[in-house]
Design a binder for this molecule. Structure first.
Ligand code: SAH
Length: 261
């Protein structure tokens, strides 16, 4: 006979940040160190798995080379099951759980199932791409705001009006945009952005193998191909991207980089 657990479980939807474990919040670190179950994605830094208790159950639900990721419904079912078993669960996601992280969907399912949850924010990859490439997202006289947008319109079941975004004059940070970079460029040009508009592509932001490409909207797609840039990357479009020419610090100042050993 199964007895109900003596303590109700809880699921923490935790942002792991973009990759550098130093960018984890103290709350995330504390929860990872104490959880019964860790459910994690592909884009998290795997060294975080070593920070768990020896008896922690670690479950990978991301996409691996050649394999599809677990369907979202299965992930949600797993979180509910573990929560109802009375477990202290950390659902660890790259970046921030509420920025293109499907954290909202998981939280809705947990609420509907009566499982308690908390959301722990993380540093989203656009913020890391900005800081680690030296391109402020807002800057007096250059940009009064920033738009975070998904380039993967199919996955997000939405159509982005790129021309309208261009017309705002705000900095545009594009997640999941590499596969559709030509389409995005065409839309932004159609919206009136000049082909000389500065752009940056930051691949593996805040990770040991970060690469940054400085380009212009007119040459962006060709430069990405010529220099072999791919996912995961953030594309930053707007005048602020040119500030990276003066403010980039990676490589000049190794003190800020994750140290090995
Ligand atoms: N919740 C995450 C986003 C997940 S969507 C966050 O807040 O950052 C996945 C997309 O995020 C990738 O396609 C890429 O555009 C971006 N991304 C995630 N990690 C990244 C990294 N270290 N460097 C650059 N882009 C990254």
């Amino acid at each position: 006979m199964n007895f109900p657990p003596s303590m109700p479980g809880i699921v923490y939807l935790v942002g792991a940040g973009p990759g550098d474990p130093d960018l984890l919040t103290l709350k995330a670190a504390r929860l990872i160190a104490s959880c019964d179950v860790l459910v994690y994605d592909a884009l998290i830094n795997l060294s975080l798995l070593d920070c768990t208790r020896p008896d922690c159950e670690k479950i990978f639900v991301g996409k691996r080379a050649g394999c599809h990721e677990k369907p979202q419904a299965e992930i949600e079912k797993l979180l509910v099951e573990k929560g109802l078993e009375g477990k202290n669960v950390v659902r660890l996601k790259g970046g921030d759980p509420f920025v293109f992280g499907r954290g909202g969907e998981e939280a809705l399912t947990l609420r509907a199932s009566g499982v308690a949850f908390e959301i722990v924010p993380g540093i989203s990859s656009a913020l890391a791409a900005s800081a680690y490439s030296g391109a402020p997202l807002t800057h007096r006289g250059l940009s009064t705001g920033v738009i975070f947008v998904s380039g993967h319109e199919e996955r997000d079941r939405a159509t982005v009006d790129w021309a309208k975004l261009a017309a705002t004059g705000l900095t545009v940070c594009i997640y999941m945009g590499m596969a559709r970079i030509r389409h995005i460029r065409d839309g932004l040009l159609e919206g009136g952005l000049d082909p000389t508009t500065p752009c940056s592509v930051v691949q593996w932001a805040a990770c040991a193998d970060q690469r940054t490409l400085r380009s212009t909207l007119g040459h962006l797609a060709e430069d990405v191909v010529a220099q072999g840039f791919g996912s995961p990357a953030i594309i930053i479009v707007g005048k602020v991207a040119a500030l990276a020419d003066e403010l980039s610090w990676i490589g000049e100042q190794a003190r800020g980089l994750p140290q090995v050993g």
